[in-house]
Design a protein around this ligand. Structure first.
Ligand code: ADP
Length: 479
């Protein structure tokens, strides 16, 4: 493995925090400290802001092809270094190496996708209806951005924001989650190598997110916030952005329903459930949170799912043959334990799992609960762990209204062999994305995002770059 980068990245240089502070990064598989990284304060944030603001003018003027080629080179470097990036990610976040490699490919794909979009930014020219005026329409970068990312996809959440910002011609400050700063720092090294000019990307790792981000959002120089994280923090940030009218893209929490009708192919549904529930150990905002299964197939579905979940191998993500790594930290695991205890107290039966293992690390076993009461706390809380909670339903209208009875609306999963029913239920779900007979929706070429309190805006797809562009229209009279 090459050297681990652990300083702040400001104005193209690697620097310590102004006050010399550092913070530990833990390995969730052992609970031991992996290394220390710089712990930035408001002074460092100010320097990063200055670097981003200074670089903006020149960067906005670069040729789209030049921006595109930087992204393309970075894509190629990431792919070449898949193994070492996957190891780094597993060590700080815990996911099994095979999943980490999958994320490296997914993360790189955002750079390839946006390298292709950078040269397709459109504009227009038209004669207006009165015949006396023309309109010249162009698109320009929104300006310096603050990007805040979570720990669950340490590389892909960064590239999904950095890719379109670079393509659009924006400069940026990235603040990664304190649990997983190493992947973001590695990404900065790769972009520097790929030729990204100094100051375009600045990385501020910190344990004091509020103290570092609030002055940036209130200062009036940052023009855009792109945030992925919890709905609670999203609300705080939206309020901060309101004062200086900062544009926002918010990817917040989810509470995905996973609906299995009586005419579903149960093999397909169980395969889908394994992906929708177990990708990233359930630590994903797209994770299936509420399994609604038709009463006539609920027992069979529960039995098959429990069999598959029970066969998964739990252990450190670096070990061969491991399917399920540790959860991110003791707090995350404690929350999962409490939600399971609450459901069991309210009558749920544990088909498999449900017991925290002894020993170091933040492990929790794949768990299937059935006969879950609708009053259980996990019905309106993101579980963020490997726990499938099954409820039964009798008819389509009923399940649709129960599925929609939540403040969230990120994604839903529907399993049926009926074409009409599949489309009807997909269209009836109040969500931004639907997996119809599949447990995986994320794809860099598709617009990712939610409705209701799951967020604002979309990332990826043809529209992903729009979040980083403004329209400008020039009126030109016909003379
Ligand atoms: P999670 O519970 O999954 O860690 P959070 O919403 O707490 O989700 O964290 C997502 C990101 O938001 C992380 O980078 C975190 O450091 C950051 N964050 C948390 N609180 C604040 C805040 N008050 N201001 C800015 N960023 C924050």
């Amino acid at each position: 493995m090459t050297e681990v980068l652990n300083q702040l990245f400001i104005g193209g240089a690697w620097v310590d925090a102004a006050d010399g502070a550092t913070m530990p990064v833990d390995d969730p598989a052992t609970g031991e400290i992996l290394c220390h990284v710089a712990d930035a304060g408001p002074k460092d944030a100010k320097l990063a802001e200055e670097a981003a603001v200074q670089a903006q003018r020149e960067w906005a003027r670069t040729a789209p092809r030049a921006r595109s080629e930087i992204l393309r080179r970075a894509y190629e470097i990431i792919i070449e270094r898949t193994d070492e990036l996957a190891h780094l990610m597993t060590s700080e976040m815990g996911k099994p190496l095979a999943e980490a490699k999958g994320e490296v490919a997914y993360a790189a794909e955002f750079f390839r996708w946006f390298s292709e979009e950078a040269v397709r930014i459109d504009g227009g020219c038209a004669t207006l209806p009165d015949g006396r005026n023309r309109m010249l329409l162009s698109r320009r970068p929104v300006g310096p951005c603050l990007l805040i990312t979570p720990w669950n996809f340490p590389l892909a959440m960064g590239t999904r924001k950095i890719g379109p910002a670079i393509a659009a011609g924006c400069t940026m400050i990235l603040k990664p989650a304190p649990q997983t700063p190493l992947s973001s720092l590695a990404l900065a090294g790769i972009l520097k190598e790929a030729g990204l000019p100094d100051g375009v990307l600045n990385i501020v790792t910190t344990s004091r997110a509020g103290e570092v981000c609030e002055p940036l959002l209130r200062g009036g120089r940052i023009r855009k916030l792109s945030f992925t994280g919890s709905t609670g923090v999203g609300r705080i940030l939206l309020a901060q952005c309101a004062d200086t009218v900062v544009r926002t893209s918010m990817e917040l929490g989810g509470n995905a329903p996973f609906i299995v009708f009586d005419d579903a192919d149960l093999d397909v549904a169980v395969d889908g459930a394994m992906v929708a529930k177990m990708r990233n150990m359930g630590e994903a905002c797209t994770a299936a949170n509420r399994f609604f299964v038709h009463r006539s197939v609920a027992e069979e579905f529960g039995r098959r799912l429990a069999e598959r979940m029970g066969a998964l191998v739990v252990g450190p993500g670096t070990r061969d043959g491991v399917d399920v790594g540790p959860l991110i930290d003791r707090t995350g695991r404690g929350k999962v334990e409490e939600l399971v205890a609450d459901a069991v107290e309210r009558g749920a039966r544990v088909l498999v799992g449900g017991r925290t293992p002894e020993g170091p690390g933040c492990f929790y076993p794949p768990t299937v609960l059935t006969d879950v009461s609708a009053e259980s706390r996990l019905m309106d809380t993101e579980i963020f762990g490997p726990v499938a909670a099954i409820l039964t339903f009798d008819d389509e209208d009923e399940v649709l209204s129960r599925a929609n009875d939540t403040q969230w609306g990120l994604v839903g999963y529907v399993f049926t062999q009926g074409l009409d029913r599949g489309l009807r239920v997909s269209e009836g779900l109040e969500v931004g994305m639907v997996g119809l007979n599949t447990g995986l929706v994320s794809n860099p070429a598709a617009p990712f995002g939610g409705v209701k309190q799951s967020g604002l805006g979309r990332e990826g797809g043809r529209v992903g770059i729009d979040e980083f562009l403004e329209y400008q229209y020039v009126a030109v009279p016909v003379r």
